[in-house]
Design a protein around this ligand. Structure first.
Ligand code: PLP
Length: 400
């Protein structure tokens, strides 16, 4: 049997694959399956963005793109950061990537290797652990429980830092908890980081425009510009503009790290689809008012789900400040048995039983390094969310 590279062997794909496969099978059998497991906006890509891509293709923008991104898109990213945070960055320090995911990959492959530790506040998007493992570094999870609003506490960060710490991964608004942070909270984290100059930070701002209750996005670079020489900021068009399939993201940071990130990108790809870049440029430079409307729609959905779930026995729900997820604790349901006779020892038992017995798909918290919770995506209609919550409530009420 062929022995494959260790880096692939030690990298596990998302634990949700088995669930997704079972949901597909149930649907094929004719069941009315509701899936709330996807991290993808249900809105369409704005029509003018699609048109811009079409026109670019017709104009002949179909050749190999510049490796680091088109000048126009890099300038638009710099201009966007200036518009939103009042801070100037150089277009030359922007690297356009195949989604935010490749930006994260580029940074981890550039910065970390065996023996290095990467601090991941938990709960966290599963892609972080996967990529840290691929790079050969060690993920160090710092629990950020619901009692703390899922927010990284400065003391907890300080306790986790060692001489081997290379990078801290920050993600607010957060997947899966929907927690967002304030500038003051970031300044408190920056205080700790000032004591440890060997620690870099990747600020994953992919949900930056999905904020509720009049909140404004706070990001570490703007909160602590004196740390600019070790902050890489990541974002992209996937979540903000409902463009997950276009695969355009970016990172920016000091030239020192953008250079090796470009080497990683050059090794794996020849840059980002020229048509996708034209679409992303249209998204960033066009009207932005619909973003507030979409955030308001997600806020209404959040309100529906949080109100419904907080009335469910065994559930305790934090009110998310952003993103399109709700991440309730289901600890009060564990140890019980379902009407179908399934014993719920873990959150994975809960999600599998919920799927089998009510045909409702959600993701277990352990997939995000925080067992005892489930993640519900609100990227679907209010009617579907209400129906799913009713199924969950009936399921929980019947536990013995
Ligand atoms: N970061 C977080 C926290 C995410 O949830 C995701 C996608 O689910 C990504 C990054 C990657 O986004 P994309 O590669 O689509 O830009």
């Amino acid at each position: 049997m062929t022995k494959f590279a260790a880096r692939v062997e030690r990298t596990e794909l998302a634990a949700t694959m088995a669930m997704a496969a079972r949901a597909r099978a149930l649907r094929a059998e004719g069941h009315d399956v509701i899936s709330l497991s996807l991290g993808e906006p249900d809105f369409p890509t704005p029509e003018r963005v699609v048109q811009a891509a079409h026109e670019a293709a017709l104009r002949g923008e179909t050749k190999y793109p510049p490796l680091g991104g088109t000048e126009a898109l890099r300038s638009a990213v710099a201009e966007k950061f200036h518009r939103e945070h009042g801070m100037k960055i150089r277009p030359a320090d922007v690297l356009v990537t195949n989604g935010g995911k490749q930006a994260i990959f580029n940074v981890l492959m550039s910065l970390t290797e065996r023996g290095d530790e990467v601090i991941i506040p938990a709960p966290a998007w599963a892609g972080y652990e996967q990529t840290v493992n691929f790079a050969g570094a060690k993920p160090v999870f710092v629990p950020c429980p619901q009692e703390d609003g899922f927010m990284l506490q400065p003391q907890a960060l300080e306790r986790a830092i060692t001489s081997r710490t290379k990078l801290l991964l920050l993600n607010y608004p957060n997947n899966p908890s929907g927690a967002a942070c304030t500038e003051a909270q970031l300044k408190a984290i920056a205080e700790v980081l000032r004591v440890y100059p060997h620690v870099w930070v990747l600020s994953d701002d992919i949900y930056e425009h999905l904020l509720f209750d009049g909140r404004k996005h706070a990001t570490l670079l703007a909160a602590a510009p004196d740390l600019a020489d070790r902050i890489v900021t990541v974002s992209g068009v996937s979540k903000t503009y409902a463009m997950t399939g276009w695969r355009v993201g970016w990172c920016f940071g000091p030239a020192e790290i953008i250079k090796p990130c470009t080497v990683v990108q050059a090794t794996a790809t020849s840059g980002v689809s020229s048509v996708g870049q034209a679409a992303a440029l249209a998204a960033l430079t066009g009207p932005q008012d619909f973003l507030a409307e979409r955030a308001a729609a997600y806020q209404t959905r959040r309100d529906i789900v949080v109100a419904a779930l907080n009335a469910v026995p065994g559930f305790a729900c934090h009110q998310p400040e952003g993103a399109f997820y709700v991440f309730p604790s289901i600890k009060g349901c564990l140890g019980k048995t379902t009407p179908g006779g399934r014993k719920l020892a873990t959150d994975s038992d809960f999600t599998m039983a919920l799927l089998e017995e009510t045909h409702t798909g959600v993701v277990q918290g352990s997939a995000f390094a925080m067992p005892g919770h489930i993640r519900i995506s609100t990227a679907t209609s209010e009617a579907v969310l209400a129906k799913a919550c009713a199924r969950i409530a009936e399921f929980a009420a019947a536990l013995r």
